[in-house]
Design a protein around this ligand. Structure first.
Ligand code: OGA
Ligand code: FE
Length: 281
């Protein structure tokens, strides 16, 4: 592989455009034509942006509370991700400790994980076989973040937990090989216009509704990535924070993107993201 390390790359990101008729955006997680409704009522729109590569000295220019995300170093002890049960038994506990150490949180509760493997010959993304996500989004809205607490924690603990600071953070890392292929771009929270750019969108699961934010294009967005992240590196992505004082980052838009500088022989991206509820005393 050729080892170039560009400062900035030009890339096309798929942004969200809400339905023109003003109806609430939705999409189905599992969908078949026989359902007789469109799978989604919104569209993607590509925009060319500059993505700054933080590799080579700028890794520490970001943090959970300023930009909304932070990079870290350290391989996981658990390195095979074929079996969900084993991932839960082995990768979840070490990740709880890692996130506690970095954030100082008093309680950390993982609630799901997604393993992604890029398969260029398959266009379908099914719940069983997930690919990188080429769409600028935020995983939760304040409403769905609170619903996650109600859903995953004992009812008697909820009032006390919600009285303190609470966040949702994703722990994302490459599996098995460096992720030169379709890396993850993250958007500096300070460059986002919360009122103008975010659109709550319903995710229709077979048994319930979730809610995410689609993100509309804004030329002010400042995009960052860490080129060729390895399995010994990770990124924490803040999706939600109850500390909302105007200067603390409360979310991070993100998307997978095709990096025009990816070496031709780079292996296809594989990654795991673990979603965690993070509480502070
Ligand atoms: C995430 C996410 C997309 C990807 O970790 O929340 O949206 O392509 N990941 O890894
Ligand atoms: Fe996401």
């Amino acid at each position: 592989m050729t080892f170039t390390n560009p400062d900035t790359v030009t890339a096309t990101l798929d942004y969200f455009t809400p339905p023109a008729d003003g109806s609430k955006p939705y999409n189905y997680i599992t969908w078949t034509p026989s359902m007789g409704v469109p799978r989604a009522n919104w569209e993607k729109v590509p925009h060319e942006v500059q993505v700054e590569n933080l590799r080579g000295g700028k890794e520490d220019s970001v943090s959970l509370d300023t930009t909304g995300f932070t990079y870290g170093r350290g391989a996981a002890a658990h390195t095979t991700f074929e079996n969900d049960e084993i991932v839960e038994k082995e990768y979840y506990p070490e990740s709880i400790e890692l996130v506690k150490k970095i954030t100082g949180a008093s309680r950390v509760v993982p609630f799901d994980h997604t393993i992604r493997r890029r398969r260029p010959e398959e266009t379908e993304d099914t719940p069983q076989k997930r690919q990188p996500v080429p769409l600028v989004h935020i995983d939760q809205t304040p409403k769905s973040a609170h619903a996650r607490v109600e859903r995953h924690l004992p009812a008697e603990d909820v009032p006390k937990l919600l009285a303190g600071r609470f966040q949702i953070i994703n722990l994302w890392r490459p599996i098995g090989r460096p992720a030169y292929d379709w890396p993850l771009a993250l958007c500096d929270w300070r460059s986002v216009d919360r009122k103008g750019d975010l659109v709550a969108s319903t995710l229709r699961y077979p048994d319930r509704d979730g809610e995410t934010f689609g993100v509309k294009y804004n030329p002010n967005h400042k995009w960052k990535y860490l080129r060729g992240m390895t399995p010994e590196e990770f990124v924490l992505i803040k999706c939600f924070d109850t500390k909302d004082d105007g200067t603390t980052a409360t979310f991070t838009p993100h998307t997978a993107f095709q990096d025009p500088t990816t070496p031709k022989d780079a292996p296809l991206r594989e990654s795991i993201e673990l979603r965690l509820l993070v509480f502070y005393d």
